[in-house]
Design a protein around this ligand. Structure first.
Ligand SMILES: Nc1ncnc2c1ncn2[C@@H]1O[C@H](COP(=O)(O)OP(=O)(O)OP(=O)(O)O)[C@@H](O)[C@H]1O
Length: 365
């Protein structure tokens, strides 16, 4: 069902001497049947947002609507929301099967049907063999999958998944991501996933909400975040390795990238600097796969060269700063050698030097 957050804020210790403003006037709209991810580094407010939606934290201000019904004043049990907790929150005296099927008891589901459903979701998450065990003594990854199963088995109006696969090893995580996503889509569930792993957000979410310091920085599809980052924070947070950035200034002939001392380090000729006034201070951004090695436009010193099996990640020092390039083949040059590079000015993203807001975007990837 559709979910709407309007101007939602969370302040812990409001009125105390050290209030923490964890979420700031957040607007978020999730469509019926959509999977979205809240993505950001530790402490940015992801879990607080999720817990306000679930009802485990009160909202300090703002409103939350689910399926057109206001829910922010309701107790968690009245919200028709299923949640997989970061800390698992399993009942120690119950077996894993009883934990997973716990919510079905109130649904007047026949015992046999409930047991078949528990088995089916347990197999999906590869925890079939531990259904008769109790949570104590199980690994973090097993408990985490039990918590996820307990949420997925419910036919709720909204599924909230807090770092649901953080404890699993990469291979299993990759398999389960696909299965969990397929199950959510097959059943038409609406889901909000919390993660600090952009690979997970990319793999599972239709749209991603990037948060930093309690503020929603951008909400869009993975392609929108990659090709049209709203600001410098999103540009350098989203994408691996991150976007290269250089302070610069708009000139009559194009852009000048500046070194740390403010001197001109690279002249980048462009016919029309995208309507920006001469003298305007900007930050120039370039994705690493758009920085081409072996061209003669500029020169830098190679300071690192890593072959990752299918591509090379090369760091060059130019303009007194480090620039990262992704190259499709091995680079023969040694560390310390001078290497030529270049790029197409149309691939540059431009940001305002003061606010970091995007002014113009490079060609789409
Ligand atoms: N119960 C609480 N009381 C006081 N401050 C809190 C409480 N819970 C969270 N905070 C603070 O609110 C801010 C946001 O925390 P939150 O857990 O929402 O972030 P997060 O992005 O989910 O981080 P993580 O990925 O580490 O879980 C942090 O500064 C955190 O220390």
């Amino acid at each position: 069902m559709s979910l709407n957050l309007e101007s939602v804020s969370k302040i812990y210790g409001e009125g105390s001497r050290h209030p923490v403003h964890a979420v700031r006037t957040m607007d978020l709209e999730v469509k019926d049947g959509e999977i979205i991810a809240l993505l950001g580094s530790s402490g940015c407010g992801k879990t607080s947002t999720l817990r306000m939606i679930a009802g485990f934290e009160t909202v300090s201000s703002g409103t939350i609507n689910l399926a057109g019904r206001r829910i922010d004043h309701l107790a968690p049990a009245q919200r028709r929301v299923a949640m997989a907790f970061e800390g698992y929150a399993l009942y120690p005296p119950l077996t894993i099967a009883e934990n997973i099927g716990f919510a079905l008891r109130g649904d007047r589901t026949q015992a046999a049907t409930a047991s078949a459903q528990v088995k089916e979701v347990a197999e999906l998450l590869e925890i079939g063999p531990i259904l008769n065990r109790r949570p104590n003594g199980l690994s973090g990854g097993q408990q985490q999958r039990a918590s996820l199963a307990r949420a997925l088995i419910r036919n709720a109006e909204l599924h909230l998944l807090d770092e649901p696969m953080g404890q699993l090893e990469p291979q299993l995580r990759a398999v389960l991501r696909g299965r969990v996503k397929a199950r959510i889509q097959e059943r038409g569930y609406t889901a909000v996933l919390v993660t600090h792993d952009q690979g997970e957000a990319n793999a599972m979410a239709d749209r991603i909400a990037v948060m930093e310091a309690g503020v929603l920085q951008q909400y869009g599809t993975p392609a929108e975040l990659r090709d049209r980052p709203a600001n410098l924070f999103v540009a350098t947070f989203f994408g691996e390795p991150p976007m290269n950035t250089l302070p610069g200034i708009v000139t009559e002939a194009g852009y000048d990238a500046l070194d740390a001392a403010g001197a001109v380090a690279l002249r980048i000729p462009v016919a029309a600097p995208r309507g920006l006034a001469h003298g305007r201070r900007v930050v120039l951004g370039l994705r690493p796969h758009r920085l081409h090695l072996g061209r003669d436009d500029y020169r830098g010193v190679m300071v690192s060269n890593q072959w990752l099996g299918d591509q090379a990640h090369v760091a060059i020092e130019a303009t007194g700063r480090m620039l990262i390039a992704i190259h499709p083949t091995r680079i023969a040059a040694r560390l310390g050698e001078t290497i030529g590079f270049g790029f197409d000015p149309d691939d540059l993203h431009l940001f305002d030097a003061e606010s970091g807001a995007a002014l113009a975007h490079g060609a789409a990837s």
